[in-house]
Design a binder for this molecule. Structure first.
Ligand SMILES: Cc1cc2nc3c(=O)[nH]c(=O)nc-3n(C[C@H](O)[C@H](O)[C@H](O)COP(=O)(O)OP(=O)(O)OC[C@H]3O[C@@H](n4cnc5c(N)ncnc54)[C@H](O)[C@@H]3O)c2cc1C
Length: 614
């Protein structure tokens, strides 16, 4: 029977994602026929869930690991139009992305997305200034033509002396001047989690650690999925009128379930980032400059810099792409081309690698593959959405749900997510303005209040209530003192964190922000998570032991010379709740073929593109 949209009272408040909520979501997933079931809990999948549920559709979502554990927590964390796409004259793509940047800054997530300054050093005197200046002027003009930019300043042309004043870390000999401009950045993992909580608040049923293993079929039509709750091994059949695949680089595995007909041809490209402490690079602004292959960003990130990225084919494990010594060496070499005081591997306190789901043409190198997206409908009941970039996730979601609505016998309104603030956005500005008062009333330093407001927006008072009830939670975590103990408890009690890695890597970024990768904070964090998750001492010790083994494997992989060696070393310690490989367990993956295609690829921005700028 069809479940009508109002399964629970919908509302703008964030849902509490705790073990009880997961159990309730699993029960609903097993017993309901949804109008839309989303596979994949990255930024695109959670975006699809929010788009669909706010159009009044009944929505379920399953994610094989933690929300955001795939590519969506491993990006450069920029919300940007992409200056380099402008260089390829891809004005439409840039304009669209800048419109999204404005919306995210101003309406949808002003607490999570914030402006970030960049310097583009010039190395040639006249022509380059004119060339880059024209590009950045167009970038600003496109941004301003959209009407609301939340006051992002316009770019400035700088002399060498002014540029060095902003970024004394730059080699004098490496620049002749610079262009300063503004973009935006986001905590990518927290953004996905906030999308998930917002969608759940409106009534979507979401469960992490549930892997889709096959598709339910009636003739050619897809009528749902066969899935496994990886925490318990329990099998589920989830029925849905339309299944939306939003599995990013795993799209091929879902395509294989409908007979391997490759309507979407993806290539997987690895991008590695380094994290170094702020005092290693003396600059008041981010820096972007050209490399032989693409561009390199040095991005301000709290008390750190993020340096990235690489762009190489990857054929190893998709769950844990590994950075090799070659990747790290490449990034240090490139950064040192412009830095006065060279960085060494000793300066690196964190490394992370992610995989880009690129729409593939025939013969492009990965850095030239398309960042555009595509929606396809290979068989009745199944919609595929892939490609794109973080910045434009909302448009991908809108287009996927448009395809769903087209296929459903249901008159749904148009997407309204351009007017739906995420959880924590409403009231954020007022609380920000009152931050000194909040500091006084809570007894926390105003810098702590600002930190909380930037991470939780107007939900920050929920954390202050935890501190009021137990003042010990107002203390910083020992060994990771950027974060309060209350944040760890809240991650487990409200934010769907189920394992140590969820907290150290995605709810916080302790794993890449502390030189020991969070080791000295581990036992305290496990202790804080134990109560909301019901862990006994053995469970907490098992979690800590697994996390330590994972870090050891990661550090070993970063010493390896090649991708193959690095991948093998990293794979030695799989996720604490391992995903099943094709053919494992119930043997459903890859099963369930259908006949030759009746579907059609609906190309966004044209048909499946190739050869666009990366
Ligand atoms: C190095 C790098 C830097 C980037 N920088 C930027 C940037 O600065 N700005 C920008 O706009 N974009 C950036 N991007 C692109 C952006 O990060 C991605 O386009 C985006 O995160 C992809 O999101 P997604 O939801 O499609 O995929 P994912 O986040 O990978 O989500 C897919 C999810 O599906 C789940 N899944 C897979 N199979 C199953 C199954 N069988 N059952 C259930 N769940 C399943 C996975 O576990 C995963 O969580 C970058 C990408 C990379 C790699």
């Amino acid at each position: 029977m069809l479940a009508f949209p109002v399964v629970r009272a919908p509302g703008a408040e964030a849902a509490r994602l705790d073990p009880d909520a997961r159990a309730a979501a699993l029960a609903a997933l097993a017993s309901t026929e949804f109008q839309v079931l989303v596979v994949g809990g990255g930024v695109v999948g959670t975006g699809v869930a929010l788009d669909a549920v706010t159009r009044g559709l009944s929505v379920g979502l399953v994610e094989a690991r933690d929300f955001g554990a795939g590519t969506s927590s491993r990006s450069s964390k920029l919300i940007h139009g992409g200056l380099r796409y402008l260089e390829q004259l891809n004005v439409g793509l840039v304009r669209e992305a800048l419109a999204e940047r404005s919306l995210l800054l101003g309406v949808i997530a002003p607490h999570l997305v914030r402006p970030v300054p960049f310097l583009f050093p010039l190395t040639h005197h006249v022509w380059e200034r004119a060339y880059v200046g024209t590009g950045v002027t167009a970038y600003d003009a496109l941004g301003f033509s959209l009407g609301h930019t939340r006051g992002l300043p316009v770019h400035r042309q700088l002399s060498r002396r002014s540029a060095l004043r902003l970024a004394p870390a730059l080699k004098r000999s490496a620049i002749t001047g610079a262009v300063a401009y503004w973009d935006a950045q986001v905590d990518d993992a927290r953004y996905v989690l906030t999308l998930a909580r917002t969608a759940a608040g409106y009534g979507a049923e979401l469960a992490s650690r549930v892997q889709v293993r096959g598709l339910l079929r009636e003739g050619e039509r897809v009528t749902g999925v066969r899935a496994v709750d990886l925490e318990t091994g329990r099998e589920l059949q989830i029925r849905a009128q339309q299944v939306v695949n939003a599995t990013g680089v795993w799209t091929d595995e879902i395509q294989a379930m409908v007979g391997g007909r490759g309507m979407i041809n993806l290539r997987v490209s690895k991008g590695v980032h380094l994290v170094v402490p702020k005092d290693r690079i003396h600059s008041t602004t981010g820096i972007i400059f050209r490399t032989p292959a693409s561009v390199l960003f040095i991005i301000p990130w709290e008390r750190y810099w993020i340096i990235g990225t690489t762009d190489t084919d990857w054929t190893g494990s998709k769950a844990e792409p590994a950075a090799s010594q070659a990747d790290i060496g490449y990034l240090l070499d490139q950064a040192n081309r412009v830095l006065k005081t060279p960085l060494t591997s000793e300066d690196v306190i964190g490394v992370y690698a992610g995989l880009r789901p690129l729409l593939a043409g025939e013969s492009e190198t990965t850095s030239r593959l398309s960042r555009e997206h595509v929606v396809a409908h290979p068989v009745p009941g199944l919609v595929l959405v892939a490609g794109g970039k973080y910045t434009t996730y909302r448009l991908m979601a809108r287009d996927a749900v448009d395809a769903v609505v087209h296929a459903l016998d249901w008159r749904a309104p148009a997407s309204c997510t351009d007017r739906v603030p995420l959880a924590g956005a409403a009231g954020f500005q007022a609380l920000w303005n009152a931050r000194h008062r909040l500091a006084l009333s809570s007894g926390l330093h105003v810098a702590r209040i600002e930190h909380l407001l930037r991470r939780y927006g107007s939900l920050a008072p929920e954390l202050l209530a935890l501190v009021a009830a137990d003042p010990g939670l107002g203390r910083p975590v020992t060994g990771a003192d950027d974060y309060l103990r209350a944040e760890i408890v809240y991650a487990a009690s409200h934010e769907g964190a189920r394992h140590l890695d969820d907290v150290l890597t995605r709810r916080t970024h302790i794993a890449i922000e502390t030189p020991d990768r969070g080791m000295s904070a581990l036992d305290e964090i496990a202790g804080l998570m134990a109560r909301p998750l019901g862990w006994d001492a053995d469970a907490a010790a098992r979690e800590a032991g697994h996390y330590r083994a994972g870090v050891a494997a990661e550090l070993a992989s970063q010493e390896a010379a090649t991708d193959a060696e690095a991948g093998a070393l990293r794979d030695a310690v799989p996720d604490i709740v391992p995903v099943l490989a094709a053919g494992d367990g119930d043997g459903t993956a890859g099963a369930g073929s259908v006949g030759a295609g009746s579907g059609a690829a609906i190309g966004r921005l044209g048909s499946l593109p190739g050869g666009r700028a990366g």
